[in-house]
Design a protein around this ligand. Sequence first.
Ligand SMILES: *Cc1c(COP(=O)(O)O)cnc(C)c1O
Length: 411
Amino acid sequence: MSEFQTFTSHLECGMTGETYAADEIHGLSAAGKPLLVRYDLDRLGKAVSKQALAARTEGGFWRYREFLPVRRTENVISLGEVMTPLIAAEAISARLGCAELLVKDEGRLPTGSFKARGLALAVSMAKELGITRMAMPTNGNAGAALAAYGSRAGIESYVFCPDDTPDVNVREIALQGAHTFLVNGLINDCGRIVGEGKEAMGWFDCSTLKEPYRIEGKKTMGIELAEQLGWTVPDVILYPTGGGTGLIGMWKAFDELEAIGFIGSRRPRMVAVQATGCAPIVRAWENGQDHAELWQNATTMAAGIRVPVAVGDFLILRAIRESGGFAIAVSDEDIQAALVGFAREEGLLLCPEGAATYAAFLAALSSGQISKHESCVLFNCATGLKYPMPAAGAAIDMHAPIDYGSIGRAK
Ligand SMILES: *Cc1c(COP(=O)(O)O)cnc(C)c1O
């Protein structure tokens, strides 16, 4: 990779606007809120062009180096990132008679989920800032991405999962070199262990939004999406919302792209999708609140969005409101039905969180919250192959005569 110019000017508290110096280690702001990275957008806009970006055919989200905080190329940690495809659900949109329905399939990224975007940036910045030990709570995918990028960077990682995290996630985390722990609680309980262990263990806490750079990685979803759509934005984005990094990141990306003249002032309506068993953002949105209270007894099959409390709640709610979007919860039954329906009709296996966005799309289309004329993008944030699947396969006795007449009726 050749040398790139970088444009970080400072960091800023997402709540108070208080500024912090770039190129130093930071966690939350003094107000206990997420820090956002700010760039010299005038200089950035002069340094990149749409043509120059189009000419970079390799590198996935690292193609947007000027929009990212890593200063030195030797600190860029890469596992072969790709630009994730936008797949049109043509059978479904034709059947429903609605405008274009696209799936951004993030399951193609290293470690099989979009957590690769955030953790690649967090780990690269940790390397740049001299951090040697990182820790985080996770429902699975973030831990896998930290373990993978951490090992690649030579940074030690400690990962704490709720003890009912899918086995495949726990094992991939451990195999990719993290110290891996199962906690008899939820992700916020795991987060408390990471926070309280800081002094004894000397690790850097890279929990969702508790460090500034995961947002910058997730921001690349917004840049990539706009570029794939010919530097335009869709009418609606449906995003499965846990900590909300991606939704906040994309919203930030659109502002930066407008500031440098790559897109206009039109914005997609941002829709936060949650599960009825864990819907703190939906409840806050419906009650007109700026902050979301902790959701008790959180439960859903969509582990990635089982996040009872989010530090960036106000940023999520702000983006939803400013965009004219909404927040919506769907049941696990609807998620499962959406997952099966989408796979059969379109041949694409979604993860449960991705299926939740399809379920929400169907619900919002029938309630009128989304109109048939609006183009929509669903985020499938991980490969469906990482999740438990229902038993399948009809038995055949190879020693007995096979009744081919009945074979077409088996699933
Ligand atoms: C982490 C995760 C989410 C939620 O992402 P946020 O940006 O933290 O809200 C959704 N789906 C999957 C598969 C995830 O791993």
